[in-house]
Design a protein around this ligand. Structure first.
Ligand code: SF4
Ligand code: SF4
Length: 317
């Protein structure tokens, strides 16, 4: 049976052992940053655009550690003939964090959402005077303010957000309109800079030369060259500015004339004229001519028809 002092010794050793095996709860700050809740009262941030210099926060602060200076500013009327207005212009807004007790009253009473809590807490100073944060520094703390919690389902969007969305949509619309106007102006300038297309000639020199080379008379060659030029002009009439698109007309052969030839080639070939005119042959036999004479004249009539047919097709070209 152990004596009383020995029991105490064993208890002490047991406690030592338990403590030695329990992990330490000490946070190794500043090497390990504390995981603070997002709404921690670390420092007060100022959104100076929202501040109307109503002095509500300075009046309610129990420590009198908010300092505000301002002056009146005359604003010109929004519309011609209107009255000019005055508004408060913020000159100084400072909070002395050496006096502040972080009660949060100033943030609560601000009617214009100009003050916010930031979880930032690392702003200790060597000099106590440096703990008075001026407007610029309070504005910088806004970057560390966490976003507000999400709205409840079905809640109306805050007016400030609605105004911001409307302003953003309007800005996007104006930018799109300006881009559209600029594109139209550029297109018009480009169209004005392009030289006018040359009118199609009213005489096809190529056809004229070819027909002269084939031994046609000048009169016939001129008439057919004019006809060919008119055909080219009518083919080009469907294109804007009178310029034909060779690819569209002739399948890429390169000129309106070649396009007409290709179109003619695409048509089914006409039946060749016969070498013997049966009708003439029958008629001459009925008139009492001999078979030999009737056959000769029937061949001559067929040859004449062939010649006429070939001349007609050349005229069409
Ligand atoms: S938190 Fe309280 S003490 Fe600090 S500035 Fe605001 S009202 Fe004053
Ligand atoms: S209460 Fe708000 S709006 Fe009024 S002076 Fe203070 S910060 Fe500005």
């Amino acid at each position: 049976m152990p004596t009383a002092p020995k029991i105490g010794l064993l208890k002490g050793l047991g406690l030592t052992l338990k403590t030695a095996l329990t992990p330490a709860t000490t946070q190794q700050y500043p090497h390990v940053k504390p995981d603070l809740p997002p709404r921690t009262r670390g420092v007060i941030a100022l959104m100076e655009e929202n501040c109307t210099v109503c002095f509500q926060c300075a009046r309610e602060c129990p420590d009198w550690c908010i300092y505000i200076d301002s002056h009146k500013l005359t604003v010109p009327p929004k519309e011609p003939g209107g009255r000019s207005r005055t508004r408060n212009q913020l000159d100084r807004f400072a909070i002395d964090f050496a006096l502040c007790m972080y009660c949060g009253i100033c943030v609560e009473v601000c009617p214009f959402d100009a003050l916010f809590w930031s979880p930032e807490f690392e702003y200790s100073e060597h000099r106590i005077a440096d703990l008075t944060h001026e407007m610029d520094q309070l504005r910088e703390w806004m970057d560390t303010v966490p976003p507000p919690p999400p709205l409840e389902v079905g809640a109306a969007m805050p007016k400030e957000v609605q105004d911001g969305q409307r302003a953003a949509a309007k800005a996007v619309e104006e930018a799109a309109e300006a881009a559209r106007a600029a594109a139209e102006a550029a297109a018009q300038a480009e169209a004005a800079a392009q030289p006018a297309a040359e009118p199609a000639p009213d005489f096809d020199q190529e056809t004229y030369d070819r027909l002269l080379a084939e031994g046609k008379s000048e009169r016939v060659a001129k008439a057919k060259a004019k006809k060919a030029a008119a055909k080219q002009r009518s083919a080009a009439g469907g294109q804007p500015g009178g310029s034909a698109s060779p690819q569209a007309d002739d399948g890429g052969s390169g000129s309106p004339q070649a396009g007409a030839q290709a179109a003619a080639a695409a048509e089914p070939a006409a039946e060749p004229a016969p070498e013997f005119d049966q009708e003439t042959y029958d008629r001459l036999l009925a008139e009492g001519k001999s078979e030999r004479v009737a056959a000769a004249k029937a061949k001559a009539a067929a040859a004449k028809r062939r010649r006429q047919a070939s001349e007609g097709s050349e005229g069409d070209q």
